[in-house]
Design a protein around this ligand. Sequence first.
Ligand SMILES: Cc1cc2nc3c(=O)[nH]c(=O)nc-3n(C[C@H](O)[C@H](O)[C@H](O)COP(=O)(O)OP(=O)(O)OC[C@H]3O[C@@H](n4cnc5c(N)ncnc54)[C@H](O)[C@@H]3O)c2cc1C
Length: 373
Amino acid sequence: MNTPHVTIIGAGLGGLTLARVLHVHGIPATVYEAEPAPTARAQGGMLDIHDYNGQLAIEAAGLMDEFRGIVLQGRQAMRILAPDGTVLLDKPDDGNGGRPEVQRGDLRQILLDSLPAGAVQWGCKVVSARSLGEEHHEVTFADGGTVTTSLLVGADGAWSRVRPLLSDATPEYTGMSYVETYLFDVDTRHPATAHAVGSGSMAAPGAGGKGIQAHREKGETIHTYVVLRESQEWFDAIDFADSAAAAARIAKEFDGWAPELTALITDGDVPPLLRPIFALPLGHKWERVPGVTLLGDAAHLLTPNGEGANSAMYDGAELGKAIAAHPGDIETALTQYEEAMFPRSVEFGSIGAELHDLDDDAAAGLIKLYTEN
Ligand SMILES: Cc1cc2nc3c(=O)[nH]c(=O)nc-3n(C[C@H](O)[C@H](O)[C@H](O)COP(=O)(O)OP(=O)(O)OC[C@H]3O[C@@H](n4cnc5c(N)ncnc54)[C@H](O)[C@@H]3O)c2cc1C
């Protein structure tokens, strides 16, 4: 028996890694992606790709040379600052870290470039998926078109349309939101802030779980996540259509903080973007359903801890390898993949979890994390 054509929903890092690993093993797959084109949306910030998950996936995809070509040198530096700007930790990038930083868009592009023409079908938003019995499923797209498949993989992120075939779980608000801002040309236009952030990442944790995290991206750009633990109603009361007022309201939560830190909020070059953080329960799992599985955020969306994209890619690689290792025996492949993925998602999802509960001791916890690893 041959391995069936694999239908993957979602061209994020997880779905593309799966498609690439299958391609390496000569197994055909089609990725259906909701976005109309690869350039439809900026792909978000920097990702540090870990030697215990993300890099292993890139190796399985046969793309290590391409990966090395997009690593941003020097970006593994880490600074931890107190709210008044005092430097609590200044760890330079000595070139020996196991977490090289890349732009998410560059990583996605090397995966896209490694797939055969037509492997990704753009502008195909899945609205529903249903079982046809046995291991067959039918996927329906927003334009009314359908695809029938005997091997369906939901790699469609937080609000997966494939997940309901396996589980009733839906993501819930974690009580925390990020507000994203960007500063451009920082060395010339914002030198004090550029100096405070340094050449890599900077975290300034405050009381009550709030804080400011910033990364120096390609060129002279600083990308910031302002972290606030407030209800969705609290954020609803802020008019994000009025950028200046929204920035001022968010900055008010950081009254008394060093001006080079609050400038990350008030001096943004693009409108501040609210990102409510949702999660599935840690340990989310399901009973095996023939012919369908999930990977990445669709399977185990968690509060961001620097592992989500790495885990999604690792899932994609592991699933691809399992399918290749069991030609004609998809159920064994999916069982093997899920039995390893469920505990692994708890392990990766728990990394840094203690930091979410540290509140006033967050700086000490962060320093411990970065000096012991
Ligand atoms: C603010 C923030 C910061 C983060 N920082 C990091 C970090 O530093 N390091 C890290 O490892 N992780 C980080 N993460 C987590 C990481 O972004 C995710 O875990 C990762 O992107 C999951 O990959 P994925 O392929 O499973 O899903 P996604 O990246 O969400 O990709 C899903 C794809 O499916 C498509 N799709 C969705 N619905 C449909 C549909 N109905 N039909 C067709 N296509 C669909 C989407 O358009 C998308 O292309 C962060 C997350 C957030 C929110």
